[in-house]
Write a protein that binds this ligand. Structure first.
Ligand SMILES: Cc1cc2nc3c(=O)[nH]c(=O)nc-3n(C[C@H](O)[C@H](O)[C@H](O)COP(=O)(O)OP(=O)(O)OC[C@H]3O[C@@H](n4cnc5c(N)ncnc54)[C@H](O)[C@@H]3O)c2cc1C
Length: 465
């Protein structure tokens, strides 16, 4: 048997690269990362052009995840990163055709006139509500616990994170931590207050609002740094799609155009649908063969003299506003070096789970319609001095009906199949921090020679607009 490694990793996006980075730290552990594309990074894709720097994929991550902070330190990237603290950069939600500023702390949000006093009383009714049974959608759950008035704001949150539809995303999928609190305490508000009180005693925790983190060259720098020390013959093979996988005694075998490879451990670091396609050959039928994905396009727009942006990160639009763009990032506010001197850069997002038809629109029309939409909300006189449509190849996996059962199926499979580890985009969350956290757990399990149970504490993620 040739080409034997301790571990094979399929997929060199952030998940696979993080696993590889961590496995390099285990003495005498051999691994090989197999990537179908000719570049690493997967969904991460920065686009520098004409003095502008836009992102076709993720724009950054919040510096509130211990595993990500540790990875930045280990790679030395903590010395390079650029940050935009949430405390300094407000966000907006488009309501009734104009931008409403959303305060960043719960107390300020409660005090703000975002909803009427009567609607605020309805929010507090959560204290007397029983846990909602079944697998409710986000919209059903929010309506039941807090009332309809919050729906447009929650819509904006899930548009900003999943490009999703709150009438299809399930609360057990997207907010398992909050759901657990509901089940344990009956009321979400009561449970959260208890948690905050307990956390107050934990003096070791970083307090205050986190910061959006990226790099002067954009997010591509993260993938580049994680790939940098990999031996491109022994540890990383690009342009090498894995076609099938199988098991021969204690060895996993994968077939690629560049030959067969064998290892005791096999890590699938792939978006859910790519993993499900490969796992089909194992003969363990999943409860669903595919999950829905939301695709978006980014329309990067530069404006010169006379144009200005309100302070802050950007805005999001709930569906009820019926606008063309899902929202826009005020990129040159966050990271001023992303536009030439005297210019601003905005990145509008179009499409998402509810408007896949807009992905079919040609570039010129996308630019024209986005500019028209943005000019109705912002001070952007004249035509853009720069415009580029970025079309990411992949979509964002949606945690909709049946997702909890799918995750359970994966966990059972990982327990049953020795040496099999399944991580990546959409399995346990969709954000960069989720990917790093889970990749670290997988590499720890490999290091310890243990199976990954896939179980992790359902953490309560704070919501930032
Ligand atoms: C448009 C967009 C915007 C986003 N914005 C943000 C954001 O602002 N903040 C944030 O935290 N997150 C954001 N995300 C999510 C973030 O990008 C993902 O969490 C993360 O990049 C996923 O990494 P991954 O390695 O799990 O998957 P991927 O990045 O998808 O990587 C998987 C890799 O596997 C390879 N592959 C697939 N099939 C095979 C095969 N058969 N054989 C070999 N290789 C294979 C692919 O080519 C790819 O390189 C965004 C995602 C998208 C799409």
């Amino acid at each position: 048997m040739k080409n034997i490694k301790d571990t094979l990793i399929i997929g060199a996006g952030l998940s696979g690269l993080t696993v590889a980075w961590k496995l390099r730290q285990i003495p005498d552990h051999s691994f090989l990362l197999l990537e179908q594309s000719d570049r690493t990074g997967g969904a991460i894709w920065s686009h520098p052009e004409n003095g502008y720097l836009a992102e076709g994929g993720p724009h950054g991550f919040l510096d509130n995840c211990p595993e990500s902070i540790a990875l930045l330190k280990e790679t030395g990237l903590d010395q390079e990163c650029v940050t935009a603290p949430l405390s300094k950069f407000v966000r907006y939600v488009c309501m009734n055709g104009s931008l409403k500023l959303i305060p960043q702390t719960p107390a300020k949000i409660l005090a703000a006139p975002l909803i009427s006093p009567l609607e605020k009383l309805r929010v507090v009714a959560d204290l007397w509500k029983k846990p909602l049974a079944g697998e409710p959608t986000v919209s059903e759950w929010v309506d039941y616990r807090f009332g309809k008035a919050l729906l447009p704001y929650v819509d904006a949150v899930f548009t900003g994170t999943y490009a999703g539809d709150l009438e299809r995303l399930v609360i057990d999928g997207v907010m398992p931590g909050v759901r657990q609190i509901e089940k344990e305490h009956g009321s979400v508000i009561r449970g959260l207050l208890k948690k905050i009180k307990a956390a107050g005693k934990n003096t070791g925790k970083k307090k205050g609002l986190p910061a959006m983190t990226s790099f002067p060259q954009g997010m591509t720098r993260l993938a580049e740094r994680l790939s940098q020390e990999l031996d491109t013959e022994k540890e990383l093979l690009t342009a090498c799609p894995v076609n099938t996988l199988s098991r021969e005694n204690e060895y996993w075998q994968v077939e690629t155009a560049k030959g067969s490879f064998f290892a005791r451990n096999l890590v699938l670091a792939l978006p859910v649908n790519r993993a499900l396609a490969l796992l089909a050959s194992l003969g363990a039928p999943p409860p669903q063969v595919k999950v829905a994905e939301a695709r978006i396009v980014t329309i990067a727009l530069g404006f010169g003299e006379g144009a200005s942006l309100p302070p802050g990160f950007g805005y999001l639009t709930p569906e009820q506003e019926q606008r063309f763009c899902l929202g826009a990032l005020f990129s040159s506010n966050m990271f001023p070096q992303r536009a030439p001197e005297g210019h601003i850069l905005l990145e509008a997002l179009v499409g998402g789970r509810r408007h896949p038809e807009r992905l079919e629109i040609d570039d010129a029309t996308l630019i024209r319609e986005s500019v028209k939409d943005l000019q109705g909300l912002l001070n952007l006189p004249g035509e853009p001095t720069y415009a580029r449509v970025l079309r990411p190849r992949g979509g964002i996996p949606q945690l909709e009906a049946g997702y909890p059962a799918l995750l359970q199926w994966r966990n059972t499979l990982m327990q049953k199949e020795k040496g099999l580890y399944i991580t990546g985009f959409g399995w346990e969350g969709i954000g960069l921090n989720d990917m790093i956290k889970t990749a670290c757990r997988v590499s720890e399990a490999i290091k310890a020679g243990e199976q990954d149970s896939g179980e992790q504490e359902a953490a309560v993620k704070k919501v930032y607009f």
